[in-house]
Design a protein around this ligand. Sequence first.
Ligand SMILES: [Zn+2]
Length: 185
Amino acid sequence: MSQADLLIEYFKRHPKRDIPHPEIVDWVTEEWKRQTGGVFRDPDRAIRKLHQQGLLIKVKKGIYRYDPEFVENREDLEDFSPKIKKEILERDGYKCALCGKGLKEGAELHIDHIKPKDKGGKATLDNGQTLCSECNILKKRYGTTDFLRKYSHKILKIARKYEDKEVIDFFEDILEVIKKHEKKA
Ligand SMILES: [Zn+2]
């Protein structure tokens, strides 16, 4: 049995109940020690991960709930249906919304959640965008802001080579905006 299995077992024993953090942490660390003799390190992280996987509902800070019906429905809520996928592809012209590469250029196209699933982003037309695998990986790895910064630098390099003033001005402004907002945060 893994640590995640043990955690979810406790939640499953108390379905649809709001379970405060100390209660589950105390139980799981003791139970883990009893069963394996080892120390359950960082239960907070394990709980957060279950939440990100859509197995637990975060009621508020430090309180989680397991609801079997929610778990059953999460696929429908979070994954794009074939119909919506097609609508997004058509709206985006079968091209990556970020770099513009399409099937003709040999790009493999994915449908991306603009607001990520684990932050409550739904599988709707508005929250979906077409991305090529390269941009998709960059976005997942760096997050939206970091991605935008990296992408802007990449474009600036090309634009400077061709001395394309309009594009240079635009992406220099973008980088300024990112800087300004990072100072605030
Ligand atoms: Zn792309």
